[in-house]
Design a protein around this ligand. Structure first.
Ligand code: XBP
Ligand code: MG
Length: 255
């Protein structure tokens, strides 16, 4: 077996999009619709338990707003709010507000140079992925990825394995030839469920999540001169940033 492909989550993994991106865009959409819904940073951490923006809004009303009287068209209202949120979110990205996390661009460039096949498996809306890639990498960066599996293309979002299964099928590749990159418990449940060895980089919202079964858990991918901290007990042969040789080492040692 050899390492042929890297499959990346987007939100929280490629970029810290949740607190200053998605959350801000949800609040802008709520306010524009005249709703008194507001998601502060702490509440948003709890809402992240549910992936998918439409699903998250429904969860918020069901769990946190027993006072809210749903109307018959509630489902359609959520769809409209979500479309509005997507516009606010992609506008934020078009303003260049959200950069990639440390080491992400370097690792993508190294992987491309080595001929690895790249793909994306995410819960977020396809337009959000396009906006992040064109603004944080390059106008043509979508073409770096052979398959972009996103949003409602599968019926069940993470933690279900469906989005990874979808991407693997599109690529006609076996999970044993790939590594996945995730940042959250829902994410690793999904990737492990699809049989993928998984590299974790945590963020503020996910640092206390359960990453049992991960190939390695890091605070960030790191850069030369900006070392990662390791949160798992993994041998890394002295490496202090994530590069292809460390990925090969993790890949060889995967269980
Ligand atoms: C990402 C998400 C997404 C975004 C919102 O999870 O949960 O729902 O927060 O995106 P993951 P949409 O990183 O595990 O894929 O509003 O476009 O659904
Ligand atoms: Mg994520």
């Amino acid at each position: 077996m050899s390492l042929e492909s890297l499959i990346f989550d987007v939100d929280g993994t490629l970029a810290d999009t949740e607190k200053d991106g998605h959350r801000v865009a949800f609040n802008a959409a709520f306010s524009a619709a005249g709703l008194d819904w507001h998601w502060d940073e702490v509440l948003y951490g709890k809402l992240l338990m549910v992936t998918g923006g439409k699903e998250r809004m429904k969860y918020y009303i069901d769990e946190f707003r027993p006072d809210y009287q749903k109307t018959a068209d509630f489902g359609e209202m959520v769809v409209q709010l979500h479309a509005s949120k997507t516009r606010y979110y992609t506008d934020l990205l078009d303003q260049g507000r959200i950069p990639l996390r440390p080491g992400v661009l370097r690792l993508l460039q190294e992987a491309r140079a080595a001929g690895l096949r790249l793909a994306i498996a995410t819960t977020t809306t396809p337009a959000n992925v396009s906006a992040l890639l064109r603004n944080a990498i390059a106008p043509e960066a979508e073409s770096w990825f052979e398959v972009i599996g996103a949003g409602d293309v599968v019926a069940a979002k993470k933690p279900a394995a469906d989005i990874y299964d979808y991407v693997l099928k599109q690529m006609a590749i076996q999970p044993a030839n790939c590594l996945a990159f995730e940042d959250s418990e829902n994410g690793i449940k999904s990737s492990l469920g699809a049989g993928l060895a998984t590299v974790i980089t945590v963020n503020g919202y996910t640092k206390d999540h359960d990453f049992d079964g991960a190939a390695i858990v890091l605070d960030q991918m790191g850069e030369p001169g900006q070392p990662f901290s390791m949160l798992s007990k993994t041998t890394v042969n002295g490496a202090n940033y994530l590069d292809l040789s460390l990925l090969q080492h993790l890949y060889q040692g995967r269980s």
